[in-house]
Design a protein around this ligand. Structure first.
Ligand code: F6R
Length: 242
């Protein structure tokens, strides 16, 4: 795993936006794997800025999102559909039909998971997969104990994840209990993976990631099995806060 340590959140966002921008500029039909949450917001802002300045076009980009909450309508303020619209899709020239986010409102969720996995195989895999990391080591919403051979599936969110994500909702009671997530195997099919981490709350997870060998109790450790992973962490996430 390559490790890039940067000063702070802004530098992490710049570094990662640079990697995404390079791919978009140099590849004919790039496929991006996208994450949500607080970590990549700055990166999306920089990508939107580059588009507005005429430095980047998303016309030929296709994207797959990692996950979506079950039971949140795409227009719901906290759904990942809405997040993607607000932070990227509505601000760039990426045709909407080239963006894929799992449907957390479908009646038949197993069917949605199977179709998403099929689509990932048909169109994908992502040339570049962006990941954040949960304080408990989750990637996507693959919680501790997730099968390293797992495909896109429905997952019950860990209490620790619901507690961590309560900061994005009015209260923890509003945080959905379940989500659809790409599985670890689906994620590992990506050609290149960039894991972003910022802030001291992520320091323990980053430390364990760098120390550890693959262990299903710590999902991010599956990344050790991938030949092309870059961790972009700021000093706080790297435990270097003074
Ligand atoms: C989001 C996702 C999650 C987040 C993780 C960190 O699509 O897959 O794994 O990356 O929960 O979230 P933040 O960035 O909000 O700390």
């Amino acid at each position: 795993m390559d490790v890039v340590i940067v000063k702070n959140y802004i530098e992490m966002s710049k570094h990662t936006a640079g990697m995404v921008g390079d791919l978009i500029k140099h590849q004919e039909k790039p496929i991006l794997g996208l994450a949500t949450g607080g970590t990549p917001i700055g990166m999306y802002q920089l990508l939107v800025r580059q588009y507005r300045e005429g430095l980047l076009s998303f016309k030929h980009v296709r994207s797959f999102n990692l996950d979506e909450y079950i039971g949140l309508d795409p227009t719901h303020a906290k759904s990942y559909h809405r997040y993607m619209n607000e932070h990227l899709f509505l601000h760039v020239d990426m045709p909407f039909h080239q963006t894929y986010v799992p449907d957390g409102m479908a009646k038949n969720l197993d069917k949605v998971c199977r179709s998403y996995e099929k689509l990932l195989k048909k169109i994908g895999p992502p040339d570049l997969q962006i990941l954040g990391i949960g304080e408990n080591g989750h990637i996507g919403f693959n919680e501790p104990g997730s099968d390293f051979n797992g495909h896109t599936h429905v997952i019950r969110l860990a209490d620790s994840t619901r507690e961590a994500n309560a900061r994005y909702f009015q209260s923890i009671d509003e945080v959905p209990t379940h989500a659809i997530t790409m599985g670890i195997k689906s994620i590992l099919r990506s050609k290149k993976i960039v894991l972003m981490a910022s802030g001291e709350k992520k320091a323990a997870a980053v430390k364990r990631l760098l120390e550890g060998s693959p262990d299903e109790d710590f999902p991010a450790s599956a990344l050790c099995r991938h030949p092309n992973v870059t961790l972009v962490a700021d000093e706080a996430a790297f435990g270097q806060n003074d």
